[in-house]
Design a protein around this ligand. Structure first.
Ligand SMILES: NC(=O)c1ccc[n+]([C@@H]2O[C@H](COP(=O)([O-])OP(=O)(O)OC[C@H]3O[C@@H](n4cnc5c(N)ncnc54)[C@H](OP(=O)(O)O)[C@@H]3O)[C@@H](O)[C@H]2O)c1
Length: 241
């Protein structure tokens, strides 16, 4: 690739979930590569705090659970080039065995990451440049299911197959999915350290990734104009073991 191909100069990048963790790292890298960046998430205080850490970016609130809020966010935004969706809520029962699942709560588990992502695609894709892209987020549990977490496997798989469908439906706009293993974000810092360590120790690369390492994959999906409908793992080799 030549230098211009590695630049986001003059591009507008929107990161929903960009106030924290992986999304913040995507926003920071896009900014570093010259993009005009807009970050968004549901809590205004998080947006304000993230904007303080990311000079030159703009931001707004969006609640992916609420389609009206999604429409309100995109309407005044105007044309842009790339959309990355990293938003995820954690107060949903992703880690319950099937026999114990509260099905009403389980349905809620799809509200932000699946239905919310689709709402953002529905309203956001109307303003994306035909040469632009959308990048969704799944998770390794879709490929290496864990006992007691069937819903997490289903949710990741649903997002990945949604992206395949969207890549055809929205072409020439490209649609891909980043599939993270363990990325060391605000969220993983709250996981029980023993559980985290026992997972990481068996990986070919026995550590968690820095958010910046995940961010490179989202930016790759924005920059490479010939990649669509793909699942891009950042998993330390977790898919091999
Ligand atoms: N970190 C990992 O190891 C890992 C592994 C596999 C998959 N993933 C996936 O990667 C994504 C990001 O993970 P992360 O670790 O970066 O999480 P994170 O640090 O908790 O960030 C999640 C972001 O989503 C936003 N958000 C939550 N609910 C929202 C809503 N209703 N509407 C709009 N935004 C909302 C949060 O901000 P507000 O609270 O302000 O809304 C925050 O900006 C998640 O979908 C997760 O499933 C992460």
């Amino acid at each position: 690739m030549n230098e211009a191909a590695m630049s986001l100069d003059g591009k507008r990048v929107v990161v929903i979930g960009g106030t924290s963790g992986i999304g913040f790292a995507v926003a920071a890298l896009a900014r570093q590569l010259g993009a005009e960046v807009t970050i968004a998430s549901s809590r205004a205080a998080n947006v304000d705090a993230a904007l303080e850490r990311l000079p030159g970016a703009t931001g707004g609130t969006i609640d992916l659970r609420d389609e009206q809020s999604v429409a309100r966010f995109f309407e005044p935004l105007g044309a842009f080039d790339h959309l990355a969706l990293t938003a995820g809520d954690w107060d949903v029962p992703m880690f319950d065995a099937a026999r114990n699942l509260d099905l009403t709560a389980a349905r809620e588990g799809f509200a932000v990451r699946f239905w919310g992502a689709l709402a953002a695609v529905k309203h956001g894709s109307r303003s994306i440049d035909p040469d632009g892209s959308i990048t969704l987020t799944s998770g390794m549990l879709a490929h290496r299911p864990a006992k007691g977490a069937p819903l997490a496997a289903a949710l990741g798989g649903a997002i990945e197959h949604l992206a395949r469908g969207l890549a055809v439906d929205l072409a020439p706009v490209r649609v891909n999915v980043v599939c993270p293993g363990i990325i060391l974000t605000e969220h993983t810092s709250q996981m029980p350290p023993e559980r985290l360590q026992s997972y990481l120790a068996r990986l070919p690369l026995p550590r968690g990734a820095e958010p910046a390492e995940a961010a490179i994959t989202y930016v790759y999906a924005m920059l490479n104009g010939y990649v669509t409908g793909q699942v891009l793992p950042v998993d330390g080799g977790g898919g091999l073991v």
